[in-house]
Design a protein around this ligand. Structure first.
Ligand SMILES: [Ca+2]
Length: 194
């Protein structure tokens, strides 16, 4: 983090600028392709199967894009489309590698359809280099009200020493029909070890 614009009056000069470099303490977003599942576009009330821009699909349970009508959800948390899964897994390997001494915060909205009961449960994972760093499931959020979403937040703190070159990965899985996901975010905040 850079602090600028500390002005000190000096003899013979009106102003001088002092710049101080400090370790970053601000959470920075990590790029995710199609984090809100708005691509590809499907028409109102429709869905596709295994076609999720930027994400890979393990197609057991027809994961895909859903544009819910009011029969399923009152609204999507972000945009107009969600990711749905009837049991399959969807994942995205990011272009960012795991860094040491960093707090990672993964967020995602988890939705329970109005017209699908009971709620099957789900698994959300943050991985790097093929290893699960942290995971969460339906016990980590309030049971969503039918037709609504709950925001899940998952945190991982990386150690001082890690193997280099491990690409981060986000993985979303439903345990059955049907879980919806929307608006995935991943933030990283570096810290200085004691
Ligand atoms: Ca969306």
């Amino acid at each position: 983090m850079r602090f600028k614009n500390w002005f000190f009056p000096l003899a013979g000069a009106a102003l001088a600028t002092l710049t101080i470099e400090m370790p970053s303490a601000r959470a920075e977003p990590i790029a995710i392709i199609n984090p809100s599942f708005e691509f590809p576009t499907v028409s109102d009330g429709s869905f596709n199967i295994a076609n999720v821009t930027g994400w890979s699909v393990i197609n057991t349970g027809n994961p895909g894009i859903f544009n819910p009508s009011s029969a399923s959800f009152g609204f999507a948390p972000d945009g107009v489309q969600t990711l749905y899964s009837n049991g399959g897994t969807v994942f995205q390997t990011l272009a960012t590698t795991l860094a040491p001494n960093t707090v990672y915060t993964l967020g995602v909205f988890v939705g329970r359809r109005l017209d699908f009961t009971p709620f099957p449960g789900f698994i959300v994972e943050l991985r790097a280099g093929g290893t699960v760093l942290a995971s969460a499931n339906q016990t980590n959020i309030p049971l969503p009200t039918p037709g609504q979403f709950e925001r899940l937040t998952l945190t991982y703190v990386s150690p001082r020493s890690i193997a280099p070159g491990q690409l981060l990965e986000i993985r979303l899985k439903s345990n059955g029909a049907q879980t919806n996901f929307d608006f995935v975010t991943l933030d990283a905040r570096a810290f200085s070890p004691l």
